[in-house]
Design a protein around this ligand. Structure first.
Ligand code: PXG
Length: 449
């Protein structure tokens, strides 16, 4: 099939995620055909620096045959077996061991799933089970944050705080949402430090309003990813820690985007010095080469679940899929053996921070922020008042298209442009990324004038 035939068949038979189907019909899809290192190419041969690591998952880029080989060999040896009914497989044991080693010291058990959304469903099940076994069944409410993203199953989307998603289904009624720590958008006249404390105190207020005896858990991404790379002010997590320490409430950190090195530490929890009870992961655990997710279970929860009461009635056919586990093992081996995360922390992360910050001087950029291997640009019409171009956030969409035209995959969340390049990006490629982003900004400024 040639390009237009592919697009026609795509239109006729494929329902894409998070897509306005009539829009897609008009424009036609971009057919991505191959990739290498930090680059992807489309069917027209247009090669682009992938500033989004696929969808926040190909942290090692696209050329790691060791991962593909590990999967292939496993598929030839034992393509599938389940981990129900007292059965197990060697890859699943090995990956569980490896995860216990690379995650925080108090996390030594894992429940495998097929995705991040499923893992957050698992978290809800574990939270309920834990409090039931502790004979505190009245602890049922889970506090989450507005504009957080936790997946697209009913549980994931209920935990998430995306208002557009909530309009299209009935959210679970035991989940409550509080203020997000988004200083640029919601901080008003407060300094970032004051606002960080303020956003954390919202958690305390919500717990008091609901009654601590009814609150089971607080879930949050260390940094909001899909919500727009919202890096909380430095005061936020220490204050959240203080609040949680006062009450008997579980902490779930959703590390689906920030796990496996994106901050320059293995997990966001390491970066912020937090001690979560549950930790969701997916995406980069296999470098995006095979679907796999899961939740790391801290000792406090694991001891109760493992030692008290009968069966935990939960599991998926593909929990601990052996080929997925081999992809995970191969990925973790590369991250460890090649000091990829240390390089982000010490070399490429600081370099990106320096170069990305230069974009703050651009006339349509209200803020340029970054941390480790993520960055965001706030597009504004007026820097002083932080006023946007319009209510429909057209500047973001224009800038995304201009960026792709200039050979860089950069995403738009409203009028916030975001990047999460592969962790293997070199300093020369960071230069290329910043130059292409600058050209996209120039083109956007012209188009919006
Ligand atoms: N938690 C977080 C923090 C995520 O970012 C999920 C859970 C769900 O994972 P699965 O594997 O079920 O998709 C995610 C997923 C975007 C985008 O537009 C982000 C995600 C998924 C799709 C699109 O940035 N994150």
């Amino acid at each position: 099939m040639n390009k237009s035939e592919l697009q026609q068949h795509d239109r006729e038979h494929l329902l894409h995620p998070f897509t306005d189907f009539s829009d897609l019909g008009k424009q036609g899809t971009r057919v991505i055909t191959n990739a290498d290192g930090a680059y992807i190419s489309d069917i027209d041969g247009h090669r682009m620096l992938d500033g989004m690591s696929g969808l926040w998952c190909c942290n090692l880029g696209y050329s790691r045959n060791e991962i593909a080989d590990a999967v292939y060999e496993q598929l030839r040896t034992l393509p599938f077996y389940n981990s129900f009914f007292q059965c197990t497989t060697v890859p699943s044991i090995q990956l569980a061991d490896a995860l216990a080693e690379v995650t925080p010291a108090h996390m030594n058990n894992v429940f495998f799933t097929g995705s991040g959304s499923e893992a957050n469903d698992t978290n809800l099940r574990l939270i309920r089970r834990y409090w039931d076994l502790k004979e505190q069944p009245e602890k049922r409410i889970v506090i989450s944050r507005k504009n957080g993203y936790h997946g697209s199953t009913i549980a994931g989307a209920s935990l998430g705080g995306m208002s557009g998603m909530h309009k299209q289904f009935q959210a679970l009624d035991y989940i409550e949402h509080i203020q997000q720590p988004y200083w640029f958008g919601e901080g008003g006249d407060m300094s970032p430090e004051e606002f960080g404390i303020h956003a954390a105190r919202c958690l305390d207020e919500k717990i008091q309003e609901l009654g601590p005896e009814k609150v089971a858990a607080f879930i949050a991404e260390p940094i909001q990813g899909a919500g727009g790379v919202i890096i909380p002010p430095e005061t936020y997590w220490p204050e959240v820690k203080k609040v949680l320490d006062q009450y008997d409430i579980l902490l779930v950190m959703d590390e689906v985007i920030f796990g496996f090195g994106r901050t320059g530490e293995w997990f966001g929890a390491d970066y912020y010095g937090m001690k979560p009870d549950l930790m969701t992961f997916a995406k980069a655990v296999t470098n995006g080469y095979f679907p796999l997710g899961g939740t790391m279970v801290g000792d406090r929860v694991a001891e109760v679940i493992k030692s008290r009461g009968g069966e935990f009635t939960h599991g998926y056919t593909y929990s601990a899929h052996p080929a997925a586990c081999m992809a995970g093992l191969a990925t973790i081996n590369i991250l460890r053996n090649e000091n990829i995360i240390e390089n982000v922390r010490d070399v490429t992360g600081p370099y990106l921070a320096k170069r990305w910050a230069e974009l703050a001087e651009h006339p349509i950029v209200g803020e340029a922020r970054s941390l480790g291997m993520v960055g965001a640009l706030e597009l504004v019409k007026d820097k002083g008042s932080r006023a946007r171009f319009d209510d429909d956030c057209t500047a973001g969409g224009v800038c995304r298209d201009m960026s792709i035209k200039n050979g860089l995959v950069m995403r738009a969340t409203g009028d916030t442009m975001i990047i999460a390049p592969p962790l293997i990006i070199t300093t020369e490629q960071v230069d290329e990324l910043v130059e292409k982003a600058r050209r996209a900004l120039d083109d956007t400024a012209k188009a919006m004038a």
